[in-house]
Design a protein around this ligand. Structure first.
Ligand code: GUN
Ligand code: FE
Length: 431
C-alpha cells in the first residue's frame, strides 16, 4: 500500500518536542512512514494522495493498559477505592465472562468503541476465562488494531466466583489459551498475572516457566495503592519491595537464568520506592501511567516527570474501567492536570508535565513498547489518525500547536475522528 496523506501534520520526535507542519504531506509505503514533506518528493508523486484539507493528522495513540471486560460498567462505582472496587464491581462483572455468549456481546461493544477511538494500539487485560479471551482476541484481530491481550491469571484472594480453582488449573488454561491464539497477526498474547495478591507462589512459579519457554511479554499492576502494597508485604515479608516479588519469579523484564530481557508493562507505579524505581529502570520495564484511574480510585499520583527525567520507559494507559474514559485525549489532559497537583501538594521539586511531554507519552512513549511506533519519522510503522476540529465550531485561525491542544482538552476524540490508519491499513470506522 503506497499513499500520501495531506493536511496539517503533528508529531512528537522526542520528549519535549512536537513538530507541526501546515498543509504538508506524510508518506506511507508498505506500512512504513517515509517522512513528512512540505513539497512532495518526485519519487512519491505517483502515490495516491488523500487530501484532508485543513484537518489535523497525527500518529495513532497508544493505550498501554486497559481491561476489556470492565468496559461494560464504565463510569459506575467511581466512589470506591481499589480493593473495595475490585470486590464490589470488577470481580463480579468479570465473572460473567464465564459465559461465552455474554462475552461475545460485551466484547463486540468494547471492540467497536476502541476501533472508533483515536487508539491504534493497546495492551489489554481480558478475564481469566480461556474461551472468552480467545473471543476477544479474534474480534480485535478483525478490527485491525494492533494489540497485546492477556488471559488473566488469578488463583487466590478474589471472590469464589472469579478465582481460578488452583495454580495447576490456571497454568493448564494458560497453555491451552496460548495454543489457540498463535495464528493471529495483529493480536498477540501477553502473560497477565493480575497482581501479586491474586497469585499463589505455585502460580507465579508456573508463569515463570511459561515466560521462559515461550519468551512472552508480561503485564501486571504495581504499587498502585497503599493497602495493596501493605498486603504484598504481608504475603512476601522477606521481599524488600513489591516489584522484587515479580522479579524473583522472572516476571519483571528480566530472566535471571537466561540472562535475557523481555518486554514488561507495569501499570501505575504510584508509590514505588527508590529501589523499585531503580529496578524498573535497570530492567527497562514500561510504566503505564493511568492518571484517570488513579484519581477515580483515589490511589495517589505517580511522579511521572521524575520517571521521565530518570530515563524510565513511560507511556499512558486509560485503565478502563477504573479509568472512566477510553479516550487517550482524556488521559493526556488528566496526566498534565495530576502532574500539577503532584508538584503543588506532594513534592515541589518534581516539575509538572508540559503538553509536549504528555503528547509524547501517549504516542512515542508508549509506542516504544511496539518497537518503531508513535511518530512520523522515517522508518517508523505508519499509524495515523485524522481529526476534523472544525466540528468544534470555534475560530481555527490559530496555530496548529494550539489547535491540537484544544482538540485534546475539549476531548474531540471520536466526535471529530474522520479517518484512522494502522500499520498502513485504513480502518473502517463506524461499521
Ligand atoms: N489491581 C488488580 N486488578 C486491578 C484492576 O482490575 N484494576 C486496577 N486499577 N487495579 C487492579
Ligand atoms: Fe488496571
Amino acid at each position: 500500500m503506497k499513499f500520501v496523506l495531506k493536511g496539517n501534520i503533528i508529531y512528537a520526535t522526542e520528549k519535549k518536542k512536537i513538530i507541526t507542519r501546515k498543509k504538508s504531506y506524510v508518506v506511507c509505503e508498505d506500512g512504513i512512514c517515509k517522512g513528512v514533506f512540505k513539497e512532495l518528493p518526485i519519487e512519491y508523486k505517483q502515490f495516491k494522495i488523500i487530501d484532508y484539507k485543513d484537518a489535523l493528522i497525527m500518529p495513532g495513540f497508544i493505550d498501554l493498559h486497559l481491561h476489556a471486560p470492565q468496559y461494560a460498567f464504565i463510569g459506575t462505582k467511581m466512589d470506591l477505592e481499589l480493593i473495595e472496587w475490585l470486590n464490589n464491581i470488577a470481580f463480579k462483572e468479570e465473572s460473567r465472562y464465564k459465559s461465552l455468549k455474554y462475552a461475545k456481546r460485551a466484547y463486540e461493544n468494547f471492540t467497536h468503541s476502541l476501533k472508533n477511538s483515536v487508539t491504534t494500539r493497546a495492551c489489554i487485560f481480558a478475564t481469566r476465562h480461556v474461551l472468552s479471551s480467545i473471543e476477544l482476541m479474534s474480534q480485535l484481530e478483525k478490527s485491525k488494531l494492533i494489540t497485546y491481550v492477556g488471559k488473566v491469571n488469578m488463583d487466590q484472594n478474589g471472590l469464589e466466583i472469579i478465582d481460578e480453582k488452583n495454580a495447576e488449573q490456571s497454568i493448564e488454561d494458560t497453555l491451552l489459551w496460548l495454543k489457540k491464539v498463535n495464528t493471529f497477526e495483529n493480536t498477540k498474547p501477553i502473560l497477565t498475572p493480575r497482581f501479586i495478591p491474586s497469585c499463589s507462589v505455585d502460580l507465579l512459579n508456573g508463569l515463570k516457566n511459561i515466560q521462559s519457554k515461550f519468551n512472552l511479554p508480561v503485564q501486571s499492576h504495581l504499587s498502585e495503592n497503599k493497602k495493596e502494597i501493605n498486603w504484598v508485604k504481608e504475603l512476601f515479608p522477606t521481599s524488600s519491595f513489591y516489584g522484587k516479588v515479580y522479579d524473583n519469579f522472572n516476571l519483571f523484564g528480566y530472566n535471571h537464568q537466561k540472562h535475557k530481557t523481555f518486554k514488561t508493562i507495569m501499570a501505575h507505579c504510584v508509590h514505588s520506592s527508590e529501589k523499585e524505581i531503580d529496578l524498573l529502570k535497570k530492567n527497562k520495564v514500561f510504566v503505564a501511567h493511568c492518571p484517570t484511574s488513579n484519581i477515580n480510585l483515589n490511589s495517589g499520583i505517580a511522579p511521572i516527570k521524575k520517571y521521565l527525567k530518570l530515563g524510565l520507559n513511560v507511556g499512558l494507559g486509560s485503565d478502563v474501567a477504573a479509568g472512566n474514559n477510553l479516550s487517550m485525549f482524556e488521559v493526556i489532559k488528566c496526566a498534565i492536570q495530576v502532574s500539577k497537583y503532584y508538584k503543588h501538594f506532594i513534592d515541589a521539586n518534581v516539575e509538572s508535565l508540559s503538553f509536549e511531554e504528555a503528547f509524547y507519552l501517549a504516542t512515542l512513549g508508549g509506542g516504544k513498547f511496539f518497537n518503531k511506533v508513535g511518530t512520523f519519522k522515517k522508518g517508523y510503522e505508519f499509524d495515523a489518525v485524522v481529526i476534523n476540529d472544525k466540528k468544534l465550531g470555534l475560530n481555527n485561525n490559530i496555530s496548529i500547536r494550539k489547535r491540537i491542544e484544544r482538540a485534546i482538552y475539549l476531548n474531540l476524540d471520536n466526535f471529530a475522528l474522520i479517518d484512522k490508519y494502522v500499520r498502513g491499513e485504513q480502518i473502517n470506522l463506524y461499521d
